[in-house]
Design a protein around this ligand. Structure first.
Ligand code: PEP
Ligand code: MN
Length: 339
C-alpha cells in the first residue's frame, strides 16, 4: 500500500499513519522529499480498507498495490486454471467451450430437442434452468427436481455435460447427482452464504457477474468459493445494468481481457443475457470470442417464440448452428479452437 501525505503534512500526522500501517502488519518504508512524504506499506495484510487511510488527517492519497483477492488473482496460478471434466472436455484450455440450451427446462420434448440441436452444432454443455430467478413472483419459476431429472437423462443420452442454476443452499445437495456445473446467477453473485457452501463441494461452479457488480466484486465473490477449497470456478460476463435502455443489459466485453489479466480463472461470455435481443446475440458472441473468452453460454430453444422465459434473446437452432461456424473462424484467428 502506498500512502502519499499532503504537502507540509505535520510530523505528528505522518507518525499516526505510520503507526496505523504497522498495526496492520505492514513494514513501513518512508521517503521524505522536499515537499512531500510517501509511506510505502510492504507486506501481505489483506483485511483492511484503503479508504480508512484516505480519510486520515494529512493524507493526500492512498492506493492498494496488491489485490484484495489472493486465490482468484493471476499470481496464484500464473499459467491459468484448466477445469477438466470426466468426459475429457476442458475449460480454460485452447478450446473455446460452448454451453447452449434453453433458459428454462420446460418439458421432456423441449429439452431433448434442444440437446439434439445444440450438440449437432458443436456445443459441449447443455444449459437449462430448473430453478429460475424471475423478476416477478408470478412468472414461471422452473420445473425443479423434475427438470433436473430430465437434464440428467438427456445429458446421459447425448454425452452433453449439464449446467444449471443453483439459487439457494438447500438446492446444492438436491442438484448434486444431476448437474456437472453449478451456475450461480447474477442475482446471487453476492449471496455469500451460498458461495461459501459451494466452496465445500467438489464440483465446478460458473459464477456470473452481478447486474451492478464491479470486476473486483466478481473476483471477491469467486474468492469466497476458492477459499473453501473448491478451485474449479469459471467466471461469466453476462452484461451489466447501465443507463442504456435499448438493450436488456450492456455487455461489458472489456471485462474479458481485464479478467484474463487479473485472474487465472476461465472467463466465459453470455451474449444472450448480455444484450437481450436475439438478432444482436451472434455479434456479441463473436466479440466475446475475439476478446479472448474461454467459453460461451448461449440460450437456444427449439421454438424460441414459445419459450416460457427469455424467448426474445433465445436463438433459433439454425441461427446457433450458423453462429458456431462463424465462431470457429474467429477462434482460429485468435489462436483458439472450437471443435
Ligand atoms: C440464466 O442464465 O438464465 C440467468 C438467469 O442468467 P443471469 O443470472 O445472468 O440473469
Ligand atoms: Mn435466461
Amino acid at each position: 500500500m502506498i500512502v502519499a501525505m499532503q504537502e507540509h503534512a505535520s510530523e505528528e500526522q505522518i507518525q499516526h499513519v505510520t503507526e496505523r500501517l504497522l498495526e496492520l502488519g505492514f513494514k513501513v518504508h518512508r521517503t521524505t522529499g522536499a515537499v512531500q512524504t510517501i509511506l510505502a506499506g510492504v507486506g501481505t495484510p489483506t483485511a483492511f480498507d484503503v479508504k480508512d487511510f484516505q480519510v486520515l488527517d494529512g493524507v493526500a492519497d492512498a492506493h492498494r498495490i496488491s489485490s484484495p483477492y489472493k486465490l482468484a488473482g493471476r499470481g496464484f496460478r500464473p499459467e491459468g486454471t484448466v477445469i477438466r471434466f470426466p468426459n475429457g472436455v476442458t475449460v480454460g484450455n485452447k478450446e473455446v467451450v460452448v454451453m447452449a440450451g434453453p433458459c428454462s427446462v420446460e418439458s421432456r420434448e423441449q429439452i431433448f430437442a434442444a440437446a439434439e440441436k445444440v450438440k449437432a452444432a458443436g456445443a459441449k454443455f447443455l444449459r437449462g434452468g430448473a430453478f429460475k430467478p424471475r423478476s416477478s413472483p408470478y412468472s414461471f419459476q422452473g420445473m425443479g427436481l423434475e427438470g433436473l431429472k430430465l437434464l440428467r437423462e438427456v445429458g446421459d443420452a447425448t454425452g452433453l455435460l449439464i449446467i444449471s442454476e443453483v439459487m439457494e443452499i438447500s438446492q446444492i445437495e438436491l442438484m448434486m447427482p444431476y448437474v456437472d456445473v453449478f451456475q450461480v446467477g447474477a442475482r446471487n453473485m453476492q449471496n455469500f452464504n451460498l458461495l461459501r457452501e459451494l466452496g465445500q463441494v467438489r464440483k465446478p461452479v460458473l459464477l456470473k457477474r452481478g447486474i451492478a457488480a464491479t470486476i473486483e466484486e466478481l473476483l471477491l465473490s469467486a474468492e469466497y468459493i476458492l477459499s473453501g477449497g473448491n478451485y474449479e470456478v469459471m467466471l461469466c460476463e453476462r452484461g451489466i445494468r447501465t443507463f442504456e435502455t435499448y438493450t436488456r443489459n450492456t455487455m461489458d466485453i472489456s471485462a474479458i481481457p481485464v479478467i484474463k489479466k487479473l485472474s487465472h480463472l476461465p472467463i466465459l461470455g453470455d451474449p444472450s443475457h448480455g444484450v437481450g435481443l436475439r438478432d444482436k446475440v451472434p455479434a456479441m458472441a463473436r466479440a466475446a470470442v475475439a476478446a479472448g473468452a474461454d467459453g460461451l453460454l448461449i440460450e437456444v430453444h427449439p421454438n424460441p417464440e414459445k419459450a416460457v422465459s427469455d424467448g426474445a434473446q433465445t436463438l433459433y437452432p439454425e441461427q446457433f448452428a450458423k453462429l458456431m461456424q462463424e465462431l470457429r473462424v474467429i477462434a482460429f484467428a485468435v489462436e483458439r479452437t472450437i471443435e
